[in-house]
Design a protein around this ligand. Sequence first.
Ligand code: BG6
Length: 278
Amino acid sequence: MIVHKKLTNGFEYIEVKNEAAEAKVALQGAHLFHYERAGEEPILWLSEASDFELGKAIRGGVPICWPWFGFNEDKSLPQHGFARTSLWEFVGSDEVDVKTTVLTLRLTHDEKTFQIWHYKFLLELKITISDKLSMELKTTNLDDSAFKISQALHTYFSVSHISETAIKGLDKKPYLDALTWKKELQEGDITFNQEVDRVYQEVDGEIVLGDKNRTIHIKNDGSSSVVVWNPWIEKTLRMSAMKEDAYKYFVCIESANAFDNARILEPQESHTLVASFS
Ligand code: BG6
């Protein structure tokens, strides 16, 4: 079942239910903000304090950071780019079988995007909702010049408690610590007892997120960087759309092409970033 919903303030989203899972995707940002397998707790975290308002990014789910990840050199431009606050077009849906639904959304250049970024592009997102969740973000350069993108599927995973959470699969991987801007090497699993904001590079295999109740397997393709982020106590207090204890209940593991892993696309060239969770 696919239902197109609209809030009184004009905010629109698509609700999907099939025998394996249910999901909700906002047209603003093509932002998946709910995914739950039948009979299980939601896999994605969504802030109780999040706004569903045009022009404001939803806090939680899977924001799409594009065409840049993090800050732009021009500090007047929005952090994580404009895709997450732009209105996407819902292209269509395909109920492949009773347990699998595919949604397609797209964003292309217009006068508004030209004010922020001077290139012609097509950005397409295909979301497969089943007992596994998969997201494919395809960028095509429609311009006459090459352009450079960095990007992330900035997934907020819901966890039983951050202190019971461990991430496997990044042992011996180099990372840039975004709190000190130093290059470091991961030793063992990642666990949390303070703020963590790291960009892992040269990532190739599966990443496994475990907490007290469950294990989630994350596979990425077309990406070799992974961002791991939890704001901990102090930063949470300064963040928009987060309650003061929010940091306890999520961790972001972002499927990315960031910093050294940014991609240059020649005219007519495409690149696809894929993340899947099971
Ligand atoms: C993460 C960054 O990807 O996004 C953090 O590594 C940042 O530094 C976080 O704080 C949230 O960003 P925003 O723009 O959604 O508040």
